[in-house]
Design a protein around this ligand. Structure first.
Ligand code: FAD
Length: 289
């Protein structure tokens, strides 16, 4: 097997261009090394960990920029992310063990494009963008068009993810991530639900609601029909129930050894209800009637 340690993004890209489909990028290696043990033997590994300047969390105007080599632990311990992007912080703290969080990168989780990837539905509700570098230049796309299928993204075999850009949600926005797994953080999510909500000035309705679902479709998805049911409506138990049911209807889960499709839909409904209620109480300080 060939092994490369490029020192720049452009060097990494030209290696990928030469090696084609046989090359595999490696960052923290928590997915790639497991795959190499049990599934595949790539002809060439391109280790991007030695490229300086790909690990950062910094402000850029009205957005937060995160470098792809930033570890899940760095996200979990960042106070700005905890306060203003709490849905992402919530996902990071429910991610595997401390050892894995110290090694696994946010870029690896995104590029792996597993439907159950912990940070994906949080980034969808935050309306994040992915910046990618290719031989013919850089491209930035909304993350909801980045995922094509399980394990497949717009990067193909030739691109490198170089940054994630997240617009600041308005002050007063609440966001949270709920994970359902048999062994909590130590297990891959059976269902993940990300909620972001801002309450309207009259304190009676949400001015904005976003619902992201993980592990219930070939890619992470936004439950947009469910979101539309709540936007502008006076907030009450009936609306929460209808919205949660619609989110479950939008899920397209499979049955596997972790759970049946029917079970996953039921969990989507339950977690959406729980998440919306918590977001409402957090945003308004009031219970739901
Ligand atoms: C014991 C264990 C527990 C786990 N628990 C969880 C969990 O609870 N939740 C969860 O979501 N995941 C979990 N995972 C999966 C894994 O840890 C994550 O997906 C992790 O974020 C991958 O990051 P990495 O840096 O290790 O990626 P790597 O393994 O290095 O790479 C992952 C994929 O991304 C590609 N890649 C990486 N960086 C880039 C880049 N910048 N540009 C282009 N391609 C890139 C690689 O080619 C590869 O296809 C677990 C894994 C293990 C082994």
């Amino acid at each position: 097997m060939d092994y490369f340690e490029p020192k720049t993004v452009s060097e990494a890209i030209s290696i990928l261009a030469q090696q084609g489909e046989s090359a595999r990028v490696i960052a923290g290696g928590t997915d790639v090394l497991v795959d190499m043990k049990f599934k595949e033997s790539p002809a060439c590994l391109v280790n991007i960990k030695r490229i300086p300047g790909l690990s950062f969390i910094r402000q850029n105007g009205n957005s937060l920029l995160i470098g792809p080599l930033t570890t899940i632990r760095e996200i979990e311990t960042n106070n700005l992310i905890r306060e203003r992007f709490s849905v992402l912080w919530d996902a990071a703290r429910q991610f595997a063990s401390l050892q894995i969080r110290n090694t696994a990168t946010i870029g690896g989780n995104i590029c792996r494009a597993s439907p159950s990837g912990e940070v994906l539905s949080p980034l969808l509700v935050l309306e994040a963008r992915a910046t990618m570098a290719f031989a013919d230049g850089e491209k930035s796309v909304p993350l909801d068009s980045f995922f094509l299928a399980p394990g497949k993204t717009l990067l193909g075999a030739r691109g490198i993810l170089t940054a994630i850009e997240i617009p600041y949600p308005p002050e007063g926005t609440r966001s949270l991530y709920l994970k359902h797994a048999v062994r909590g953080a130590m297990d891959i999510a059976i269902v993940g639900v990300a909620i972001l909500a801002a309450s309207g000035s009259d304190g009676r309705h949400f001015s904005d609601v976003r619902i992201g679902l993980g592990a219930v479709a070939p890619t992470p998805i936004r439950a947009k029909r469910a979101e539309a049911l709540l936007r502008g409506e006076a907030f009450a138990q009936k609306q929460i129930q209808d919205t949660a049911k619609e989110a479950a209807a939008e899920a397209r889960p499979i049955t596997d050894h972790r759970g049946t499709a029917e079970y996953r839909k039921w969990i989507v409904e339950a977690l959406t209800k729980q998440g919306l209620t918590a977001a409402w109480e957090g945003a308004t300080g009031k219970g739901v009637h």
